[in-house]
Design a protein around this ligand. Structure first.
Ligand SMILES: Cc1cc2nc3c(=O)[nH]c(=O)nc-3n(C[C@H](O)[C@H](O)[C@H](O)COP(=O)(O)O)c2cc1C
Length: 369
């Protein structure tokens, strides 16, 4: 069933469960493509999807592989198209082009922390220049007759311009604001400053999605209570646990929460493997691509990180599934549940997510926004 939300609609698309907080899958470069969105929808779709960012510059055309996640969307849920760039004319041109596709709205990235990106003054780099942010918001608002949304961090290296940016969001009538509660310089290493998300909720005229370290449905409920946000946006923990949106809805409505077993996880990995297989992609490259997802999945398989240790060394499909069988199919013993929370100390991306990670560890390849 294609998403039924027309491009020029205003107001937010209706959520799956009327009256509940919103849920959204966070945009993630090289992750949230068509295949991944379909797999997530199989286990329980979020209310909204966001594409990976379309890069905008003088020569850019919307990337075809990202367009597929809009044009071939069979999830039944609306997709917002995200842009990253700073050239006002080309941002407007790209937004207009994307509006000819079945998008729920256009989202502007004001958060990407990859040095390669922010050095060009785009993504999180723009937070250093509120005047420029105002010009971009004004131009995009004028170019977008339907929904215009923004995803931001709380500052570049300090949070001084935070309120000013929120006022610009109000001035230019942004329809939905997602706030990742860290500065650009904090990357993924710090705690998430939910108090800033609460400040955004108070100041912004539009609904706010709380983003950052929503690790479980329980945490989603706590963050919503703490921030009064309209909903949650979840990224890495949806890769780890694709049932998380369904579990959030169960939590919000007070019914018992589905707890997947490790064999359910084995099934998820297999589904993801075949969904992400593309013709021409060599087996070794595909197995390496799987490691990007499995780094997160492994955080909930065992407390000692043994699955992660073995998985990071596999090279072939046969080895990958043999490791899955060894760690996830427990023969003759009671089936073990997949942990709702990641096990403490089991880190998906040690170069990026540890407080004292390697100084140069976070390149565009390893950290994108
Ligand atoms: C691999 C990866 C790719 C990302 N790509 C994007 C992106 O294209 N656009 C964006 O706004 N944020 C991007 N992000 C940031 C996420 O949308 C989100 O803000 C961040 O991961 C914090 O949320 P989480 O703790 O739920 O993962 C990316 C994050 C990761 C881990």
């Amino acid at each position: 069933m294609p998403a039924s939300v027309p491009s020029l609609a205003t107001g937010l698309p209706p959520p799956l469960a009327q009256g509940q907080p919103l849920t959204a899958l966070a945009p993630m470069q090289d992750v949230t493509d068509l295949a991944f969105m379909r797999v997530i929808a199989h286990y329980g779709a979020p209310d909204y999807f966001f594409t990976e960012f379309f890069r905008v510059h003088a020569q850019s055309q919307p990337e075809r592989h990202i367009l597929r996640s809009i044009d071939e969307n069979t999830t039944g849920r609306p997709v917002f198209a995200q842009l990253i760039g700073e050239d006002i004319g080309h941002l407007a041109r790209t937004a207009t082009a994307l509006l000819t596709h079945n998008v729920a709205g256009i989202d502007l990235n004001l958060g990407c922390p990859a040095p390669k990106v922010y050095k060009k003054n785009v993504g999180g780099g723009l937070l250093r220049d509120p005047k420029r942010v105002g010009e971009i918001l004004a131009t995009l608002r004028a170019a977008i007759p339907g929904r215009f949304t923004v995803k931001m961090r709380i500052g570049f290296d300090d949070t001084a311009p935070f309120e000013r940016i929120l006022d610009l969001v109000n001035e230019h009538r942004v329809d939905l604001l997602s706030v990742h509660g860290r500065t650009v310089k904090e990357m993924y290493r710090s705690e998430v400053h939910y108090d800033f998300i609460a400040r955004a909720v108070t100041r912004a005229h539009c609904p706010v999605l709380a983003n950052g370290n929503i690790i479980s449905p329980g945490r989603a409920a706590t963050v919503l209570a703490e921030t009064r946000a309209a909903g949650v946006m979840i990224g890495r923990h949806a890769i780890r646990n694709p049932w998380i949106f369904r579990q959030c809805r169960e939590t919000f409505s007070g019914v018992s929460v589905f707890c997947p077993t490790l064999s359910d996880v084995r099934e998820y990995i297999e589904r993801l493997y075949y969904a992400t297989q593309t013709s021409g992609l060599p087996e070794r490259a595909h197995v390496n691509k799987m490691k990007k997802y499995l780094n997160f999945v492994g955080q909930s398989v065992d407390a000692a990180g043994e699955f992660l240790h073995d998985m990071r060394r596999d090279e072939t499909e046969t080895e990958l599934f043999a490791i899955c069988d060894r760690h996830l199919l427990i023969h003759g013993a009671a089936e073990r549940n997949f942990s709702l929370d990641p096990y403490p100390g089991v880190i998906a991306r040690p170069n990026c997510e540890t407080p004292a990670g390697a100084a140069n560890g976070c390149s565009l390849e390893t950290v994108t926004a």
